[in-house]
Write a protein that binds this ligand. Sequence first.
Ligand code: TYD
Length: 210
Amino acid sequence: MKKLFITFEGIDGCGKSTQAKILYEKLNNLNIKAVLTEEPGGTEGANEIRKLLLRENNYCWSVETEVLLFMAARNDHVEKKIKPALSNGNTVICDRFIDSTLVYQGMRSDLAKNVCLSLYDLIGLIPDLTFIIDMDPQKALKRALSRKTNEDRYENYGVSFQNNVRNTFLKLAKEHPERVVIIEGNNDKDKLATEVYSHVNKFINKNAFI
Ligand code: TYD
């Protein structure tokens, strides 16, 4: 039977990684085989590309080059980790996926967005269910910057950039109601987790997954 591919998306600091982890643990507790992974990264090669993209550096990639790098990392991740895990009967939970590229890069350039869309076939995988954790950009950015790392390129663009990211995610949700669910992220994390799981459960029952 087909396995579920679930992605979590949202602005920096919205709490999506926490929710991805809680869902992973919940499925484990229910003895449902699951794999938790993240982008950019997930494989050794993709993590090398992540470093090229996210550390402050002197390369000054154009946004179109960024798309190619994110998509190259994603292709390696899909080929080596996500597709094999799905084939082995796992539900795969991924912290960020192609929607992040459509939003973070796509909102800055139509050409970049079209490059991303044109490489969809190469990736060959669309999430079955995508959660966008929606949150006030000011609060989320404060949270993201409080855990300062050496990978803060996009956080450093400031609150108006994050506002744009948020609005572009909300627009994308409207365009794909068949798979995208918006979760109000300002609530307590356990409340969010209950809401997320109820959608997963509903989806499984409706589609006879797992
Ligand atoms: P992530 O590791 O999810 O960081 P955080 O947990 O702080 O959200 O993502 C790192 C950054 O990479 C984040 O600012 C979003 C950006 N990004 C893109 O710009 N395009 C992409 O395709 C992906 C996957 C991430």
